[in-house]
Design a protein around this ligand. Sequence first.
Ligand code: HEM
Ligand code: HEM
Length: 182
Amino acid sequence: MQANDTLARVRVWDPLVRLFHWALVLCIALNLFVLEDGAAGHRWTGYLATSLIVLRIVWGFVGSRHARFADFWPTRPRLLAHWQRMKTGEPDPHPGHNPAGALMMLALMALVFGLGLSGYMMGTDAFWGEEWLENTHELIANSLMALAGVHILAALLMSHIEGINLPRAMVTGVKAYRRKRP
Ligand code: HEM
Ligand code: HEM
């Protein structure tokens, strides 16, 4: 930060969004790297992650301003405008999610929901022992890992381009923008 810059602080993420994000990360990390595949702990942690998704969908309609889907839903015009700005090398900061980040968010949430659904189906009489379902569950888990990797890299890259520490904002709820002093 230059000596003649000022910092504008904007409160963007409410406590529920932040709790949702880090609880979801914890559940997924536990299921991918710590808990035994398919054991009771794995199943309950997976259902907790799935419930967080359902809660977040509800919050997307009734939550605070930047938590609402209407604030960031990645429509075609929004995505194109964001892409044009990025191509010209201009930063395109949004107080809430940018359209590309929003698309990633929806994809990550859909994958977690798919894990909950396929995990539940594996335990039913109708699908017990079905290998294709186990393979599907594994494929979704691997896709989630890959997309989460892209998501993390994108968060770090956009933090660098826009000069805003986005992961810190997901902890504190506040985005700090650099502004040139007039
Ligand atoms: C965050 C959500 C979840 C993640 C990241 C996840 C991830 C995984 C992974 C990586 C495996 C190992 C796949 C393999 O190599 O065969 C697995 C297996 C399994 N998961 Fe999940 N899972 C989740 C949710 C659930 C839920 C909600 C259930 C059921 C209620 C469930 C039931 C199972 C079962 C029964 C297996 C063993 C399948 C087999 O025998 O191959 N999972 N899960
Ligand atoms: C399993 C791993 C992860 C998953 C599934 C995940 C999922 C998500 C989701 C669903 C959102 C949208 C939040 C909301 O509006 O409710 C989000 C936002 C965000 N995540 Fe993650 N996340 C993961 C890991 C991480 C990690 C490790 C970081 C830290 C580097 C991170 C940084 C962020 C940031 C900065 C945002 C907000 C982006 C913005 O300002 O628009 N995420 N993530």
